[in-house]
Ligand binder design. Structure first.
Ligand code: FCB
Length: 458
């Protein structure tokens, strides 16, 4: 039986817009996701987060649920527009701060350690109206917001994640338009990355000042790339993909620079028409502010093939091939070895003081059976094999200190609406009843014992 080291953190994760609902309550302002959900054709079935899992009213039950599952930690995010409804107010909205204060107190009473993410994609619409993350001013607004939240909660919250997945914010939100605010503009997307990273770096000392002794980090979604063939062309496609997905974030955070090969690729592709003019003196030092851990969200890998196009003759046009084996309902290949490879590589190349898996999980619909139970064997296998990859990485010397399953419960899966279910707990959206799936009961045993069970105890 594989054991995790003593003190290893086991938890579950969610985010504000995906679970809270209560969109108009207690002074919350609209976020870019409220707007996006109301834009025809953007979200499946025009679903939205108005009610979601109604967590804003059911948070006490949800804490009891987590306690019943032996969760040691809970990763949640704060909705910026509950704190600054338009982003521009002079003072924070007390009712919004109080909601998270009650949540944090409830978690601590239940013996669950709060891991708080400041930005999981719900930018106040008022800031988007002024240009959002494409505007440098948004960095200062984020600093104010980070200050208000950590001033209020810093005495009780000892793990803070500044941002969730800057790649998604920039690329899904501003390059291919699949996420809010739905722009399709390469130069803008690269500017957005920089402003998001800068706001992270600027927030780190603020969080440290307000939350003495807190561990601070950022969460990246990283995807290990593998060439489709041993050809030099596919190796180059893989280099380009790795630069686009991983190094463009890791290098500034840990090496004070953007990767030169990628700056050259982007320039040649016309994606930097005015160069890297958004980088000002001192920015890269600010971004590389020392942190305590790097959060990694891992779901799958990519397989890369090069197809040179007339558009850019000597540059790899990096094509992703479909994964070889099993896929989850969202279409992502199940590839646990990628998690081990990724952890080993990041630890070797960037040496963060600690690594934490802040999300990992699988979308499988698996509805309740006639017996009322949810036999989600595929999700259980996914978690078991990925936790196994974590054990392997630790054995190889990776300083991995925690693992959060995505997600505590089924919730609003962004552009997919409620079609994709990632939860350990089934949510009946008509009644808001929560039912732990088999995977939850299994993972509860892992969290309780710190050991990977061989067979599901269900
Ligand atoms: C990640 C997001 C999270 C969830 C999972 C499936 O990219 O951080 O909110 O949607 O994917």
């Amino acid at each position: 039986m594989s054991r995790f080291p003593p003190g290893f953190v086991f938890g579950v994760a969610t985010s504000s817009y995906q679970i809270e609902g209560a969109a108009d309550e207690d002074g919350r302002g609209p976020s870019i996701w409220d707007t996006f959900c109301r834009t025809p054709g953007k979200v499946a079935h025009a679903h939205n987060g108005d009610v979601a899992c109604d967590h804003y009213h059911r948070w006490r039950d949800d804490i009891a649920l987590m306690k019943g599952l032996h969760a040691g930690a809970y990763r949640f995010s704060v909705a910026w527009p509950r704190i600054f409804p338009t982003g521009l107010e002079a003072t924070p909205n007390r009712a919004g701060l109080d909601f998270y204060g009650r949540l944090v107190d409830g978690l601590l009473e239940a013996g669950i350690s709060p891991w708080m993410t400041l930005y999981h994609w719900d930018l106040p619409q008022g800031l988007q109206d002024r240009g959002g993350w494409a505007e440098r001013d948004t960095v200062a607004h984020f600093e104010r917001y980070a200050d208000a939240v950590t001033r209020h909660l810093g005495d009780r919250v000892k793990h803070v994640i500044t941002h969730n997945e800057p790649w998604c914010v920039a690329m899904l939100g501003h390059m291919n338009g699949e996420h809010a605010p739905g722009h399709k503009d390469w130069p803008e997307a690269l500017r957005v990355v920089h402003h998001v990273l800068l706001s992270h770096g600027r927030a780190v000392p603020i969080v440290r000042a307000n939350a003495p002794g807190a561990q601070v980090g950022i969460t990246l979604n990283l995807v290990p790339g593998y060439p489709a063939s041993p050809s030099a062309a596919d190796a180059d496609a893989t280099r380009h993909f790795d630069g686009f997905f991983n190094r463009w974030y890791l290098d500034p955070l840990y090496r004070r620079s953007y990767p030169e090969d990628m700056v050259a690729d982007y320039a040649a592709l016309g994606r930097l028409p005015t160069g890297m003019d958004f980088v000002r003196p001192g920015d890269l030092d600010a971004i590389a502010a020392p942190t305590d851990f790097l959060g990694i969200n891992y779901y799958s890998r990519a397989i890369l093939r090069n197809e040179t196009t007339p558009e850019a003759e000597n540059l790899p046009r990096t094509i992703e091939e479909p994964g070889k084996d099993a896929r989850t309902d969202i279409g992502w290949e199940v590839y646990p070895d990628g998690l081990r490879d990724l952890l080993v590589r990041v630890a070797k190349d960037y040496a963060p003081p600690a690594l934490v898996i802040t999300e990992n999980g699988a979308s499988y619909f698996t509805a309740p059976s006639d017996d009322g139970a949810i036999h989600d064997t595929a999700r259980l296998d996914y978690l078991r094999t990925h936790l196994g990859a974590c054990v392997d990485a630790i054995a190889e010397g990776v300083p991995l200190t925690g693992y959060f399953a995505w997600s505590l419960m089924d919730n609003f899966e962004w552009a997919w609406g409620y079609d994709q279910r990632f939860g350990l707990v089934w949510v009946d959206y008509a009644t808001q009843a929560r039912t732990p799936k088999d995977s939850a009961l299994w993972y509860a045993e892992v969290m309780r014992t710190g050991a990977l069970q061989q067979v599901a105890p269900v």
